[in-house]
Design a protein around this ligand. Structure first.
Ligand code: MEV
Length: 331
């Protein structure tokens, strides 16, 4: 049995970090995917390879109830999401006789594009596929969320929900239902520079600030919640200029929470000068992806040239309606 499972990445239009404190967020899946090709074997071990994620030969040896891992090269930060995804899949679905898993990613890892959640969703779906099981979206999102909790210490569930379901979502962590929105076409671009901190560290940094200045930080989080409410209306009415302004304000509030960096500010300001309607951190921040919204493809091209001129990598994105997909082939 062979299985191909894939999951999209994501960008947050408004609301990251505040979502960890129970506030809603606006988030969209993107047309960049992680694909896992899995094949069942009788080797008693799970062998994972991914040149894209710098995981050349992550081997998980399963013997009876004990498991250990061998990493045959410098592991990327994605290694922990991979091992936790396999561990979670085994706990929920039992052992397989062995398997070769090959991971391909169209996105850089640890950039704020939801690659870690997409990797976990694709691995767990491939594992289920090898057992001829179908996981429903809620069950799968919950499993991916538990991978994130184990790998980074906490998770709001936002990235797991959007990579599993796809689409543009109004995500409210306190309510069980997530609304899919009908947005018009969004011209999105990411200017990417490497991150200087992991998601877990960045979330802990905000937590420390919250504990030291809870009144002030609570008001910042409430302001982000207001932006999300306004952004929901702006998106629904096609007011992209308004949405861009809200993104700019959101970026200022993320800076106030201490998750921006000199490099991030450079990319934000260069993007705005090149004509972005709005530019902000997307994801946990501290470097990584800066998301810009533009009015049309030619302005987006101008922004791409401008970010590239300061050494950031431009990544053109569209919203992606499709969440996790699984294809099985026998033989
Ligand atoms: C990371 O993509 C988004 C954060 O809000 C963390 C989370 O939602 O768990 C920073």
């Amino acid at each position: 049995m062979k299985v191909s499972a894939s999951a999209p990445g994501k960008v947050t239009l408004l609301g990251e970090h505040a979502v960890v404190y129970g506030k809603p967020a606006l988030v969209t899946a993107i047309d960049k995917r992680v694909t896992v090709l899995a094949e069942e074997t009788n080797s008693g071990r799970i062998v994972i390879t991914s040149p894209d994620l710098h995981l050349s030969g992550l081997r998980m040896i399963m013997s009876g109830t004990s498991t250990h891992y061998e990493v045959c090269a410098d592991p990327s930060p994605a290694a922990v999401y991979v091992t936790e995804a396999v561990r979670t899949a085994r706990e929920k679905m039992g052992d397989i006789t062995g398997g070769d898993f090959e991971i391909h990613s169209e996105m850089p890892v640890g950039a704020g594009l939801g690659t870690s959640a997409a990797v976990a969703a694709a691995i767990i779906s491939a594992y289920a596929g090898l057992q001829d099981r179908r996981l429903d979206t809620r069950e799968l999102s919950e499993m991916v969320r538990s991978v994130e909790v184990r790998a980074q210490g906490s998770s709001s569930g936002m990235d797991p929900t959007v990579v599993v379901n796809g689409g543009v979502l109004y995500f409210d962590p306190n309510k069980k239902d997530t609304r899919k929105l009908n947005s018009g076409r969004l011209y999105l671009l990411v200017g990417y520079t490497p991150r200087v901190m992991s998601t877990g560290e960045s979330v802990r940094r905000v937590r420390t600030l919250y504990e030291r200045h809870s009144g002030t930080v609570s008001r910042v989080l409430e302001s982000i919640e207001d932006l999300v409410t306004e952004g929901f209306a702006a998106l629904a009415s096609g007011d992209y200029a308004g949405l861009g302004e809200l993104m700019n304000i959101n970026h200022g509030l993320l800076s106030a929470l201490g998750v921006s960096s000199l490099r991030t500010e450079e990319v934000v300001h260069v993007s705005r000068s090149a004509g972005a309607l709005g530019s902000k951190i997307t994801g946990a921040g501290m470097g990584g992806a800066v998301l810009s919204l533009s009015e049309n493809p030619s302005i987006r091209k101008r922004i791409a040239q401008a970010v590239s001129a300061i050494g950031a990598q431009p990544i053109v994105l569209s919203c992606e309606p499709k969440g996790v997909t699984v294809e099985r082939r026998s033989g």
